[in-house]
Write a protein that binds this ligand. Structure first.
Ligand code: PMP
Length: 404
């Protein structure tokens, strides 16, 4: 049969995580797989009263079409928060409200990427960005992540050899690794990108969720040649689908055209509910509760892994966010571990889909700690440890028989 689909669909993979989530939704499965915020912390009552207020007081206007840029008082709130939290001076006109930061990635792709354009990604990198940019038939260049952020020397060398349109980073509590760039690394990255004239896309979806250590400036603080992305998904609720892009005016003009063509504007009722919620509640107080809960879960997961995992298994100890990253000894496959774990009703995401090249990361995996309770973390990590012992024992026996 003739191929009826656009070329761009050939280049784009189905999200492996969405597929896994289907398997892991059975109630008996302890899932560290999804990237879900904890629903126990959603401000349901507060959202209910914000919704009731905007609908009862301004029902006719909040159900009407609205502007592409987004509700101005909401953009003003975001701009003021940048000033207060990061010392960034952002004009509300440099902010575009989007349908979650996943749409921000799509719009950025539309505005910048021609077929074959190069995008530098982190290795491992955020799967949703790999997918969003693949739609525009981008070529990826992946630069390894070190403990303090991207390998800057490698980034510089890659850009020396061949320029790129964009560098995409989740610089704070990265998805999937939990890694955070040091202040020096942020400064170095800004300088390298400036030197090569490459735009930085800084996705700060998790930046507010710091439960240990000190806040750091964004890369945007070091270079306004940065497109900064934010989202209410992890600090209020993802179902409202509300994020934003913060970019200089000449970029914003193009983004607004792309947004108009995509959906006219983001859900106006959602924008008004969020804004009312922000007026009537203490966002910092709410975020403090989330950070406290996630910090405790991370501590428990890390201490359970220290107690039960074989010593040769390494993992990150993130100071915020929702994920940590596990590296198994060389030659031990996280896909094989996944198969064993699923039999024991435990799920995680094998590292492979977070890599844009085919042969790396087969011994890595991502664990989410935000969406499990203490009992699930304790039991899930114990079961994983048993699977690991079994798998690593098998690998040792195979090596002993056939040589490594
Ligand atoms: N960026 C990153 C790094 C993410 O982890 C996610 C959610 N998993 C998103 C963007 C998308 O979030 P949303 O569209 O809900 O804002």
């Amino acid at each position: 049969m003739k191929n009826i689909f656009a070329d761009r669909m050939q280049a784009t993979r189905k999200s492996f995580i969405r597929e896994i989530l289907k398997v892991t939704q059975q109630p008996e499965v302890i899932s560290f797989a999804g990237g879900l915020p904890n629903p126990g912390l959603f401000p349901v009552e507060e959202i209910m009263s914000a919704a009731s207020k905007v609908l009862s007081e301004e029902g006719r206007s909040v159900l009407q079409y609205s502007t592409t840029e987004g509700y101005l008082p909401l953009r003003e709130f975001i701009a003021q928060r940048y000033l207060k939290k990061s010392g960034l001076n952002i004009d509300p006109d440099e902010i575009l409200i989007t349908n979650g930061s996943q749409q921000s990635l799509d719009l950025i792709g539309k505005v910048f990427l021609n077929k074959g354009d190069r995008v530098v990604m982190e290795k491992p990198g955020y799967l949703g960005a790999i997918q969003a940019f693949s739609i525009f038939e981008a070529e990826f260049e992946a630069v390894p992540l070190l403990e303090d952020g991207i390998d800057a020397g490698s980034l510089d060398r890659i850009l020396d050899g061949n320029s790129a349109k964009l560098f995409y980073t989740v610089s704070t509590f990265q998805n999937p690794s939990g890694i955070t760039y040091s202040a020096q690394k942020r400064k170095d990255v800004a300088a390298i990108l400036k030197k090569h004239n490459v735009i930085c896309v800084e996705d700060n979806a998790y930046g507010e969720l710091r439960f240990a250590g000190e806040d750091l400036p964004t890369i945007r603080n070091y270079s306004d040649y940065t497109i900064l992305m934010g989202s209410f998904s992890k600090i209020i609720a993802p179902g409202l689908r509300m994020g934003w892009i913060c970019a200089r005016k000449e970029i914003m003009e193009k983004l607004i055209v792309a947004k108009q063509a995509a959906d006219l504007h983001s859900n106006y009722l959602s924008q008004r509910i969020i804004h009312q919620y922000l007026l009537d509640n203490d966002l910092d107080g709410h975020i403090a509760k989330i950070k406290d809960a996630y910090g405790k879960r991370r501590d428990l997961m890390v201490s359970m892994m220290a107690e039960h995992f074989p010593e040769s298994v390494r993992y990150t100890k993130p100071e915020g966010g929702m994920f940590l990253w596990v590296t198994l000894p060389e030659g031990v496959s996280s896909l094989e571990l996944f198969e064993l774990a699923i039999e024991e009703n435990v799920a995680f995401v094998p590292g492979d889909p977070f890599y844009t090249d085919d042969n790396s990361g087969s011994n890595t995996l991502r664990l989410n700690f935000s969406n499990s309770d203490n009992e699930q973390i304790e039991e899930g990590i114990k079961r994983l440890a048993v699977c690991l012992e079994r798998l690593m024992g098998n690998v040792r026996r195979a090596n002993a028989q056939h040589g490594p």
